[in-house]
Design a protein around this ligand. Structure first.
Ligand code: SF4
Length: 310
């Protein structure tokens, strides 16, 4: 049986707005990531998926809730040994890589910070990492400015892999790439899952890419997960009305995720959520109960859905 590597329960991240108000960017997320799977996390811009990613890697402190890794609670202040177990790859490798550092120096840095090898073994490990992401060793002395977008993203992935993490979180990691580089980075992630047994949380606004890469999907709307399931289930038998609307407007690779016209064109502000279901103002199926009670994410069949009418 595939076991849960990462468990998230009722996770909340709030930011202060002015003196009295709080913005609940992540508002009670429940999520499980299984060992060795690629989980897609999708939703419109502003739904909280990047805040969730930053919280999972420890860059953002949670306001409440629980994160468990390998069956153990992750404390708010993570020791270095725990921090390196979940690594983040950002959307724009151009800004996440230091333009003054060569590829060699970028890969040496995490090895030195975490004291993972002595100086004698460092060069060998740097070359191994480069081979792992299928980059030529001739690029070792190149700086990011000389690399293509796809090559820079491979260096960013190699740098994340240097500390041998259990989980790689890729936050819109192919959004800034052209179609050819996107395809090759997706193939690389699939290969790394096979060769290293790597577990990946792949955050994207692009449902086409998620469908081609992931095993399971979690759909977020305004800070909450509203549906989870296998890729096959979610894409062929979507149950939440929001997911159905998203799939009805599935864009081509590289285009932004925009739902078709719903009852309201825009999602409400997360500061002024409607009572009951937060999708009520846009849902064509909304009934009285939807305006009175917030649905919780319930296991239904092979997945889970947060909707009164499913
Ligand atoms: Fe629509 Fe009601 Fe389901 Fe919310 S609970 S998604 S408003 S049908």
């Amino acid at each position: 049986m595939v076991t849960a590597l990462l468990e998230v329960a009722d996770l909340r991240v709030e930011f202060p707005v002015g003196r009295r108000r709080r913005l609940p960017a992540v508002d009670g997320v429940d999520l499980t990531v299984k060992q060795g799977e690629i989980l897609g996390l999708v939703g419109e811009s502003g739904c909280g998926k990047s805040t969730l990613a930053r919280t999972l890697v420890g860059l953002q402190a949670p306001s409440a809730g629980l994160i468990r890794l390998g069956g153990k609670d992750v404390p708010a202040r993570r020791p270095a040994a725990l921090r390196k177990r979940i690594q983040l790859v950002f959307q724009d490798p151009g800004s996440s890589l230091d333009p003054r550092q060569t590829v060699r120096e970028a890969l040496q840095a995490p090895l030195r910070v975490h004291k993972l090898t002595d100086r004698a073994g460092e060069e060998k490990r740097v070359r191994e990492l480069l081979n792992l992401v299928e980059l030529s060793e001739r690029l070792l002395d190149a700086k990011p400015g000389r690399l293509s977008g796809g090559q820079r993203q491979r260096v960013a992935i190699a740098r994340a892999l240097a500390v041998e993490p259990d989980i790689l979180i890729a936050d819109e990691a192919v959004s800034a790439l052209d179609a050819s580089a996107t395809g090759s980075v997706l193939n690389l992630l699939t290969d790394l899952r096979t060769s290293l047994g790597l577990t990946v949380v792949f955050i994207s606004h692009d449902l086409s890419v998620v469908r081609s890469l992931c095993d399971r999907v979690a759909v977020m709307y305004l800070g909450r997960v509203v549906e989870t399931g296998s890729v096959e289930e979610v894409f062929t038998r979507p149950r939440h009305p929001y997911l159905r609307a998203l799939l009805a407007s599935i864009p081509r690779i590289g285009e932004p995720l925009v739902p078709p016209p719903l009852e309201g064109d825009e999602p409400p502000s997360i500061l002024t959520l409607p009572t009951g279901c937060r999708f009520t103002t846009r849902c064509p199926l909304a009934e009285q109960i939807c305006r009175e009670q917030e649905p919780i994410l319930k296991a239904i069949g092979p997945g889970a859905v947060a909707c009164h009418l499913v």
